[in-house]
Ligand binder design. Structure first.
Ligand SMILES: NC(=O)NC(NC(N)=O)C(=O)[O-]
Length: 338
């Protein structure tokens, strides 16, 4: 009998706010003698080669502290790449088998501006995961129910050990003071957009479509499995707020043998109907296509259809927030920051 596939909690589909891809960084740790704290936020999966010894011991892909000989615990402070509301954290102890922490805690805080690690150490931390038992060589999933926007998190290993990755999944909440409502990418996660549906996530997450910068290689975009039916693949995204889309960028960079043949973009109106923004258009492989759109209606959500399958590196929908859209962005920040 085949082993059933492990079921991942739904919140793991949300973007990892701590990821280095968004600019997350590990600012400080009590110790990192065996393995560097920076590995905690690497976006790729942890790897391991047994019996690879450096001058300090076995080489691990993660953050590993020495065996404590004094009372206390080890801590690391992470500045999130995107401030947001956290729905769950993964403490991934991949390959840490005899040296994982038996218990972990995660706390979060919201501090405006650019606090130093020293300033953060004295902050008023909200506990998200309290002294929870952790297992070795596995992703430890911890759902979180905090309505507040967080900017930094603190991981504690009780008392010491190694963690390969810390993933902090949630919804980005942008600071409206730092957005220009007259000109922005309405589909960017960092502006508060959110993936609402997707036909196929086989090779990579649709969140990648709406991530900052260019995709360095195929795995940094969204790629679907080969379809063997008559349908087509698609993604829907709730925009940063209600807005007008003026330009679309459909980037097939790095998709050479698997770029879609055609794509279309539509926008959702208040009555729930979909209006075309970009009609079905032929695409070239490995190309940043830019399209100026004809003056369209106010939309709150966008849908990308690709024909028949493949993927895209990025989808950018440049435009402006309407008054209503800007008000909703401002309200969300106020509600989650108060
Ligand atoms: N063999 C080990 O992994 N030992 C330990 N860690 C490293 N990195 O060597 C340890 O005891 O914590």
């Amino acid at each position: 009998m085949e082993e059933p596939l492990p079921v991942r909690p739904e919140w793991t589909d949300l973007p990892d706010l701590a990821s280095r891809r968004f600019g997350g960084t590990v600012m400080w740790a009590t110790d990192e003698l065996f393995a560097e704290k920076e590995n905690l936020v690497n976006p790729w999966r942890p790897a391991h080669r047994a019996e690879t010894f450096g001058p300090k011991g076995q080489v691990y892909d993660g953050w590993e502290t020495r065996r404590r000989r004094a009372p206390g615990d080890d801590h690391a402070i992470v500045r999130l790449g995107l401030g947001g509301v956290v729905s769950g954290v993964i403490v991934d102890t991949a390959f840490f088998k005899g040296n994982y922490p038996p218990f972990v805690s995660v706390a979060a805080v919201s501090v405006p501006g650019y606090p130093s690690a020293e300033e953060l150490r004295g902050a008023d931390w909200e506990v998200l995961v309290d002294h929870a038992p952790a297992a070795g060589d596995v992703e430890n999933f911890f759902p979180v129910a905090s309505p507040r926007r967080s900017t930094h998190v603190r991981l504690t290993q009780h008392p010491d050990g190694g963690v390969a990755r810390l993933r902090v999944h949630g919804d980005p909440v942008p600071d409206p003071a730092l957005l220009d409502p007259r000109s922005l990418d309405l589909a960017a996660l960092e502006n508060g957009a959110r993936v609402t549906g997707c036909s196929n996530r086989f090779y990579s997450s649709p969140n990648n479509l709406f991530s900052p910068g260019l995709a360095a290689h195929q795995a940094e975009g969204w790629e679907t499995a080969r379809r063997r039916d008559d349908g087509n693949d698609w993604v829907t995204v709730a925009l940063a707020g209600a807005g007008l889309v003026r330009f679309a960028e459909l980037d097939t960079s790095n998709l050479k043998g698997n770029a879609p043949g055609w794509a279309a973009v539509s926008g959702r109106l208040d009555d729930g109907e979909w209006a075309p923004l970009l009609p079905r258009t032929r695409l070239q492989p490995d190309t940043r296509h830019r399209f100026a759109l004809t003056e369209g209606p106010e939309v709150t959500e966008a849908r990308l259809d690709i024909y028949p399958d493949g993927g895209l590196a990025r989808l950018r929908l440049h435009g402006e927030l309407t008054k209503r859209g800007h008000e909703s962005v401002t309200a969300r920040f106020a509600e989650t920051t108060a």
